[in-house]
Design a binder for this molecule. Structure first.
Ligand code: UGA
Length: 438
C-alpha cells in the first residue's frame, strides 16, 4: 500500500521505516528541510537500535522516500499518518497546534478520499477535532479519521513496531477500518477495533497505568527500607501473580522521558476538563517526585555538605539504550547536585551529545568524560543514575581504588548489595538497604 507519514521525528521515522520494511511504499514528510536533507544523505538524526539499517535498506529498495512537501505526500498516499509532536503546555494540557496545522495543511491539498490516521499521542476527542478541521477547509472531499496510537518504547522501537503486543484501530468507518486492517496484514498481532475516543483513551490509560505501577513499587521501596525488607523480593513475589506481572516493577529513581510525565499530566488535565478528576494520577506524580528527593536526601545525609564535593554520576539518558535526555531523572538529579554546589563529573554511553544540545547551561557547569572509571577518579562518591548494562560490568575494585572513599549511591539497583558489602563499599540503594545492615 502507499502511505505517507507527516512528521519524521522519532515515531514518524521509525513507523515509516518499519512499514517500508514489511513491503509498503512510504513517503516521510517533514517541514524541517535540514532533517530531510540529513535523511536523504542516509543519516539518521536519532539513536535507535536497528533503525539505521532498515532506513538504508528500504531507501535502497525505493520503498522509503523523504520530502518536505505535504502535497506530494498526500497526493501519493491512500493513508496519511499524522506523527507530529504534541508538547505539554505549562498547565499540563497538550499543545495541539502542530496537529491542527497538519490538519489544515492536509485540507489544503487533499483531492480524493484518504484515511487520515492520528499516530501522535493526543487527548481523547482530538480525532473529532481533526475531522472537523479538515471538513471545514475541504468540505467537498471525502475522508475518514482514524486513531491508531503508537506503543513504541525508545530503545526497542523497531522490535515494538515489527512485533507489537496489539494494534489499536479507532474509527467509525468500515471503509477506513478495512484499509487499516490491510495495512497491518503483514504484522502478526491481535488487532483491536474501537471507536476513535476509546482508541485515544487506550494510549493515555496504558501509559498512566505503567507509571502507576512504577510509583507503586517506588513507594513500596521506601516502606521496604523503613521496615527492613527487600523490594526486589517483594516485586518478584507480587509479579508471580499473573494478574500483576513482574514487568514495570523495578524500583529506582522514578520514571522520566518524553512520554510518561507528559502523558500523565495530560490525562490528569483532560479528566478534570471532563468533570471526572483522576486524583490517583496526582499521587502517582507526587510519589515520582518524592522518590528523587528521598535519594538526594540520602546523598546529603551521607556527605553532609555537598558544596565543592566532587561526585561522579553514571548515566544521563532517561533510561538505558537511548540517547534521549528529555525529562531524564538523571538530569534532574544532576541539576539538584549542581544547585547545592557539588562538582559533578558525568558520563553516559550515548547521551552526552544530546545532553550538551538540550541542557547547554547545565552541561557547562559539569565535566563530562567517556570512561566511567575516569569519572570516579578522585570523586567523593559514585552515583548511579541510569542502569546501562555496561556499568554493571565495570571493575569495582578499580572503582574503589579511584574513589576518595568507597561510597556508592545506586539509584537504579544496578549493583549487587552482597558484593558491594563484601568489597567494603558503603552502598546505598533503593528498597534493599537492609542487606547492608544484616
Ligand atoms: C513509554 C511506553 O512504555 C511505551 O509503550 C509508549 O509507546 C511510549 O512511552 C510513548 O508514549 O511513546 P518510553 O517512554 O520509551 O515508552 O520508556 P519506558 O521503557 O516505558 O520507560 C519510561 C520510564 O520508566 C523510564 O524513565 C524508565 O527508567 C522508568 N521505569 C520503567 C522504571 O523506573 N521502572 C520500571 O520498572 C520500568
Amino acid at each position: 500500500m502507499k502511505l505517507t507519514i507527516i512528521g519524521s521525528g522519532y515515531v514518524g521515522l521509525t513507523t515509516g521505516a518499519c512499514f517500508a520494511k514489511v513491503g509498503h511504499h512510504v513517503i516521510c514528510v517533514d517541514s524541517n528541510p535540514k532533517k530531510i536533507e540529513t535523511l536523504l544523505a542516509g543519516q539518521i538524526p536519532i539513536y535507535e537500535p536497528g533503525l539505521e539499517e532498515i532506513v538504508k535498506q528500504t531507501v535502497a529498495s525505493g520503498r522509503l522516500k523523504f520530502t518536505t512537501s505535504t502535497e506530494e505526500g498526500v497526493d501519493f498516499a491512500d493513508i496519511v499518518f499524522i506523527a507530529v509532536p504534541t508538547p505539554p503546555n505549562p498547565d499540563g494540557s497538550v499543545d495541539l497546534r502542530f496537529i491542527e496545522k497538519v490538519a489544515r495543511d492536509i485540507a489544503a491539498v487533499i483531492k480524493s478520499y484518504k484515511v487520515i490516521v492520528d499516530k501522535s499521542t493526543v487527548p481523547v476527542k482530538t480525532g473529532e477535532k481533526v475531522a472537523e478541521t479538515i471538513r471545514r477547509y475541504a468540505p467537498a472531499i471525502e475522508f475518514d479519521v482514524v486513531s491508531n496510537p503508537e506503543f513504541l518504547r525508545e530503545g526497542s522501537a523497531v522490535a515494538d513496531l515489527l512485533d507489537p503486543d496489539r494494534i489499536v484501530i479507532g474509527s467509525n468507518s468500515p471503509r477506513a477500518i478495512a484499509l487499516m486492517q490491510e495495512l497491518y496484514a503483514p504484522f502478526v498481532a491481535p488487532v483491536l477495533v474501537t471507536d476513535i475516543n476509546s482508541a485515544e483513551l487506550i494510549k493515555h490509560a496504558a501509559n498512566s497505568f505503567l507509571a502507576l505501577k512504577i510509583s507503586y513499587i517506588n513507594h513500596l521501596s521506601a516502606i521496604c527500607d523503613a521496615a527492613g525488607a527487600d523490594v526486589e523480593k517483594v516485586a518478584e513475589g507480587m509479579g508471580m501473580d499473573k494478574r500483576i506481572g513482574r514487568a514495570f516493577l523495578n524500583a529506582g529513581l522514578g520514571y522520566g522521558g518524553s512520554c510518561f510525565p507528559k502523558d500523565l499530566a495530560a490525562f490528569t488535565t483532560i479528566s478534570n476538563q471532563l468533570g471526572v478528576p483522576f486524583n490517583l494520577l496526582r499521587e502517582v506524580h507526587n510519589i515520582n517526585t518524592a522518590q528523587l528527593e528521598r535519594f538526594i536526601k540520602t546523598i546529603r545525609d551521607s556527605l553532609w555538605v555537598l558544596q565543592e564535593k566532587k561526585l561522579a554520576v553514571w548515566g544521563l539518558s532517561f533510561k538505558p539504550h537511548t540517547d534521549d535526555v528529555r525529562s531524564s531523572v538523571a538530569v534532574e538529579l544532576i541539576r539538584s547536585l549542581v544547585a547545592e554546589g557539588a562538582q559533578v563529573t558525568a558520563t553516559d554511553p550515548k547521551g552526552m551529545d544530546s545532553f550538551r544540545a538540550f541542557e547547554p547551561e547545565l552541561a557547562a557547569k559539569i565535566t563530562m568524560v567517556e570512561d566511567p572509571l575516569a569519572a570516579v577518579e578522585g570523586a567523593e562518591a559514585l552515583v548511579v543514575a541510569t542502569e546501562w548494562p555496561e556499568y554493571g560490568e565495570v571493575d569495582l575494585a578499580e572503582v574503589k581504588s579511584r574513589l576518595v572513599a568507597p561510597l556508592v549511591f545506586d539509584g537504579r539497583n544496578l549493583l549487587d548489595p552482597a558484593t558491594m558489602k563484601e568489597m567494603g563499599f558503603t552502598y546505598h540503594c533503593i528498597g534493599r538497604n537492609h542487606i547492608m545492615k544484616s
